[in-house]
Design a protein around this ligand. Structure first.
Ligand code: ADP
Length: 307
């Protein structure tokens, strides 16, 4: 195989009580990429459509993740990459992770899968380091594995894929405002109280157990964040209203996607997820902020080949 065309899913990270550790892949929104083997060694980004982003290899996450892959590989050639962006950078649904993941997954397919998924995550994390200064895995892990993933540890890197009940759907609303990732990180506290810690790990355990046992009520009860959401949500206008209307319309839970400004809700069934979306939209219509909305089933496959 010389060329591959792929779908690179958007992802929700920081799922309520799973701040920095729990992410999930979406199906209805993602980028496309075409990756082609070249005789010349190196990574060459030859097309980038849909958004204004750097095409220079060292400034694009796909280039940086691709170089990490090439460095570890004994392949003598290189790769040409075309990126068709659909996920807006900075929206909080893993735009950079989609490109980093797509690059390394596609290259691995073209070379006959010399690397494991965990090794690909390490390469993709180098792209995340370029995007945010931190080589985090909470978006690239679900983008590669699909479904929900838990980053249990970074040292050693230990990623746990978690099953997703079939009827679980995500609604994501992206208010068209800018929240700088640096600002949303700056306002976080570095210490938590034992009381908050106990609530948070109780909920995280409950959420993981609920996902395994398909217990939607338990999932709903566990989708709480007592540590980050109360602080970060002040940067997102309308957050409290969006959350309360999502819950009033039957969502299991609602929280900040990534570092915002997107807000996600999880619901049982597609029609519920759609009515939750309607309720969320209404809030931004009333406030007068433009938005984009996605309703998606959980993508259990992760990045995949198309064509
Ligand atoms: P979020 O996950 O909140 O949507 P990102 O992780 O997408 O935010 O970070 C976007 C940053 O990564 C921007 O500074 C953007 O310029 C940079 N970047 C570099 N290459 C890419 C790419 N191929 N796709 C998306 N963002 C990229």
């Amino acid at each position: 195989m010389e060329t591959i065309r792929i779908f690179c899913p958007a992802t929700i990270a920081n799922i309520s009580c799973g701040f920095d550790v729990l992410g999930v892949a979406l199906d209805a929104v993602g980028d496309e990429m075409v990756i082609r083997k070249t005789v010349a060694k190196g990574i060459f980004i030859t097309k980038l459509e849909g958004q204004e982003l750097p095409m220079e290899t060292s400034k694009n996450v796909a280039g940086v993740a691709g170089l990490a892959f090439l460095d570890a590989s004994d392949y003598e050639g290189g790769f040409e990459i075309e990126i068709y962006k659909k996920i807006k950078a900075g929206s909080g649904i893993g735009s950079s992770a989609a490109s980093s993941t797509g690059a390394v997954w596609g290259m691995n397919e073209l070379l006959g899968r010399p690397f494991s998924t965990l090794e690909l995550i390490r390469f993709a994390m180098e792209g995340e380091r370029l995007a945010s200064g931190v080589a985090h895995a909470d978006n690239v892990a679900p983008a590669l594995f699909g479904g929900f993933t838990l980053v249990r540890s970074y040292d050693p890197l230990d990623i746990v894929p978690i099953p997703s009940p079939e009827e679980l759907f995500a609604t994501v609303i992206h208010p068209q405002i800018e929240v700088k990732t640096s600002d949303s990180r700056k306002i976080l506290k570095t210490k938590i109280t034992l009381k908050d810690g106990i609530k948070q790990w109780g909920n995280l355990g409950g959420l993981v157990a609920g996902l395994y046992t398909k217990d939607y009520d338990l999932i709903g009860r566990s989708l709480e964040d007592h540590i980050v959401e109360p602080i970060r949500s002040i940067l997102i206008p309308g957050f409290d209203q969006v959350k309360s209307s999502a819950i009033a319309s039957g969502a299991l839970g609602c929280g900040i996607s990534g570092s915002g400004p997107s807000i996600f809700a999880l619901s049982k069934g597609e029609s519920k997820a759609k009515s939750v979306g309607k309720a969320m939209k209404k809030v931004y219509k009333n406030i007068g902020i433009d938005y984009e909305i996605h309703v998606s089933k959980i993508n259990i496959e992760g990045v995949r080949r198309i064509n």
